[in-house]
Write a protein that binds this ligand. Structure first.
Ligand code: HEM
Length: 480
């Protein structure tokens, strides 16, 4: 295969033996991403014990995620860390299983299908805002999480009230914390490395050995749980989730699959051969949707409200759109009248992309931007860095929702803005999230005047949440 070698990709300065850039990333991921942008630009190389390539230009991202999307699989780190919680759900699965499931589920997330959830989205937001006291300080990141969690509960399970106090909510929180810690654990890195070495070894052995090696490789897919309190907590949380989801599946089957929630849609769906999903697959998918959908949207909403509170002219424009509804709770037919509100959310996702970093692994040798990447190369994509390239985003730190007028969007490469990724593994819930955000933002601004309290910094964890929360003073308007 022609092309330059991977070692010719510019290496970011400052790698120290043996961990490379790992210590610097640990000290501050955001500062690191800024430094990468300034020094490497379109493509660069990092060292985290092994070489990792970072791709950071719209054209290279189009090549990687869209044109060669089939060659770049999900990163084994994310797969490993999320495995106990979401198993082989859409976010983590690969190959034929992923393809079949994506085909099966895509119709459920088309705009025409999700329109029926607008009412639930509005109702959950109204209920959330109704708990605020006039003039009191609310922790906005927590409030938007409560709202999106209850929307997820309603749309997925038709659950009336759904929050962290609920057993499922608490178990999910435990499992997510565990996944977050595991993403950066050395034990998982070692397990992944061992698995990949075994896989490679298998290729050079006689067929009689290959099956044995393949079984060992499979056994190393779920992360090994070391003895201790954290593993016990995780097992208990997974036990609760398994039991509760199975109970909901059984209830729906007993009632003849008449409900209009997503769980029922999953149970009813059939693939191209007419086969139904197993209960285990339904469980993995429903938990995947819950996990992938609620915190991402909540984080985007919190940043949108923060940015609006800091930019009175933008706030005035959103309020003008919302007040033109004459006090009506916005529904799906009002969405075309809330275009600036949607632009605000998109600009917030540009500045503070909830998924600020994601990874892929080359499943075979492949060229990217003229460089030859060996099979197994890990490639990172940072929407946070990409969204700050001055070439596509002049004066990148400035908040300006007019970057998202239809004309401005049409003039930019599509892969310049990647909060939802792109290509075959693009977010299946992007229309859902945009509709949810448009409705939720409109209702909050309709009902409350918000003032920011103090400085807020992004904290890169599982998503890009505000460090220490996002306190805001809420003065209630006449609707409440
Ligand atoms: C603002 C909110 C959201 C953001 C920023 C977001 C972002 C993303 C990103 C970046 C990916 C690709 C990750 C990767 O390639 O490693 C993704 C995948 C996914 N998202 Fe979202 N998401 C959001 C909301 C939602 C919602 C509301 C749902 C479901 C109701 C959802 C379900 C999924 C699923 C199932 C996948 C995996 C798709 C596949 O691999 O086929 N997301 N999301």
């Amino acid at each position: 295969m022609a092309g330059l070698s991977v070692d010719q990709i510019p290496l970011l300065s400052g790698a120290v033996w043996p961990s490379g850039h790992a210590r610097e990333v640990e000290r501050g991921r955001i500062a690191f991403l800024h430094r990468f942008n300034a020094e490497c630009g379109d493509i660069g190389r990092l060292r985290f014990f092994r070489t990792v390539v970072v791709v950071n230009s719209p054209s290279l991202l189009h090549e990687m995620l869209v044109e060669k999307g089939k060659v770049f699989e999900k990163s084994p780190v994310v797969r490993g860390a999320l495995y106990p919680l979401v198993g082989e759900g859409l976010f983590t699965s690969r190959g034929e299983l992923w393809r079949r499931q994506r085909k099966l589920m895509a119709p459920m997330f088309q705009p025409a299908q999700i329109a029926r959830y607008a009412l639930a989205m509005a109702e959950c937001t109204r209920r959330g805002v109704a708990t605020w006291q006039d003039g009191a300080t609310v922790e906005m990141a927590r409030e938007t999480t409560r709202i999106t969690m209850s929307i997820a509960g309603r749309t997925l399970f038709d659950a009336e009230t759904f929050d962290e106090a609920d057993a499922i909510g608490a178990a999910l929180t435990t499992a997510l914390h565990w996944a977050d810690e595991t993403t950066v654990s050395l034990a998982l890195q070692i397990q992944i490395e061992a698995r990949q070495r075994l896989e490679r070894l298998g290729e050079h052995l006689p067929p009689s050995w290959r099956a044995r090696i393949a079984r060992m490789v499979d056994a190393l897919e779920p992360p090994l749980l070391l003895p201790g309190a954290r593993s016990r907590e995780l097992r208990a949380a997974i036990g609760v989730l398994d039991e509760r989801v199975q109970r909901m599946i059984d209830e729906r089957r007993a009632a003849g699959l008449t409900r209009s929630d997503l769980l029922t849609a999953l149970l009813k769906s059939r693939d191209e051969d007419g086969a139904r999903m197993s209960d285990r697959q339904v469980r993995d998918e429903v938990l995947t949707l819950f996990v992938a959908g609620h915190e991402t949207t909540a984080t985007g909403l919190a940043w949108s409200l923060h940015l609006l509170a800091r930019h009175p002219e933008s706030m005035r424009r959103v309020r003008a759109e919302v007040d033109a509804l004459d006090g009506r709770t916005p529904g799906v037919t009002d969405l075309p009248r809330l275009t600036y509100t949607l632009q605000v959310f998109k600009e917030a996702l540009r500045l503070y992309p909830p998924v600020y970093l994601f990874g892929r692994q080359a499943t075979e040798e492949v060229t990217l931007g003229g460089y030859r990447l060996p099979r197994g190369t890990i490639v990172l994509v940072s929407p946070y860095g990409l969204h700050r390239r001055p070439a596509e985003w002049p004066d990148p730190e400035r908040f300006d929702p007019d970057r998202f007028t239809p004309e401005a969007e049409a003039a930019r490469p599509r892969t310049a803005w990647l909060p939802f990724s792109a290509g075959p593994r693009t977010c299946i819930g992007n229309h859902f999230a945009l509709m949810e955000a448009q409705i939720a933002l409109a209702i909050v601004i309709q009902r409350a005047e918000l003032t920011s309290v103090g400085e807020v910094e992004p904290e890169p964890g599982a998503t890009l949440r505000p460090r220490g929360g996002m306190p805001m003073i809420a003065r209630l308007r006449r609707h409440n």
